[in-house]
Design a protein around this ligand. Structure first.
Ligand code: HEM
Length: 233
């Protein structure tokens, strides 16, 4: 066999291995940590029993990991601008974090529908079948988040960058920031619980608070990097 063929196959394999590691490595770790947190908060200290782990509790870990990965994908660029020595070499990973964030967000949507009812989410409903205004706003923001994130996802697919002008490709990526903002608004249903620490199960802050915190950190980093770039001009 042509040794050049073997060499290029080895290069491709190494590239695929690195891509798979980026796609599954950190996201798996994140899922394990968020799942352990959600189980501790809701089953160990909260009122939910083990029977609710496969859907209700796991859905929380999936949702939290999804939003955190989207936030991380959008924070890596600014981090690389603010501290290039530390973060520039990780820039290529953001595409994989974004893709996995979107896939997990889609899984979260599918997992939410079977349990989105009065028995599971009493605080979302005015009556058994009518959402409160805050819950309706929050669910609308969730649906919009998913829809808006389709734009950066399309730009992140293999070959998309090569087929597009740099300007419009960047435009697709920037729409992701709007998606992140909408994701922050989606968890607004949890705001009333943020100010009652005495009611937090096991003293552990709500997942909505952690999720909104991740969104806020990513947005602040983007603002800082943008200001730094402005100062440099
Ligand atoms: C049609 C779209 C969506 C629906 C119907 C939906 C539904 C829900 C529901 C029912 C909850 C409450 C979960 C709970 O407290 O147990 C929730 C929370 C959450 N969702 Fe969504 N969601 C949608 C889209 C999204 C998207 C696109 C993302 C992320 C990119 C996302 C991230 C989150 C996060 C981080 C939480 C907080 C989890 C928690 O506090 O347990 N959601 N969503």
């Amino acid at each position: 066999m042509d040794p050049r063929h073997n060499q290029s196959e080895a290069v491709l394999e190494a590239r695929d291995r690195a891509a798979l590691r980026a796609l599954f490595g950190l996201p798996t770790g994140l899922l394990l940590v968020t799942f352990a947190y959600a189980t501790t908060r809701y089953v160990v200290f909260g009122p939910w029993n083990v029977g609710h782990v496969p859907l209700y509790v796991l859905n929380k870990a999936v949702a939290w990991s999804a939003l955190s990965l989207v936030a991380l994908a959008l924070a890596l660029g600014p981090l690389a601008r603010l501290a290039p020595g530390r973060f520039a070499r990780h820039l290529w990973r953001r595409r994989y974090f974004g893709i996995m964030g979107f896939l997990l967000a889609s899984l979260h949507v599918v997992m939410s529908f079977p349990i989105l009812n009065y028995a599971y989410y009493r605080q979302f409903f005015r009556q058994a079948f009518e959402l409160t205004a805050l819950a309706e706003f929050s669910m609308a923001m969730g649906a919009l988040t998913w829809f808006v994130l389709l734009a950066p996802l399309a730009g992140s697919l293999p070959g998309a960058r090569e087929q597009m002008s740099a300007r419009y490709w960047q435009c697709l990526q920037k729409i992701g920031v709007l998606g992140l903002l909408l994701g922050g608004l989606h968890v607004s249903y949890g705001v009333p619980g943020w100010f009652t620490p005495a009611a937090w199960y096991g003293g552990l802050p709500p997942i909505t608070l952690w999720s909104a915190g991740g969104v806020a950190v990513a947005l602040v980093l983007r603002a800082l990097a943008w200001r730094t770039a402005g100062d440099a001009k």
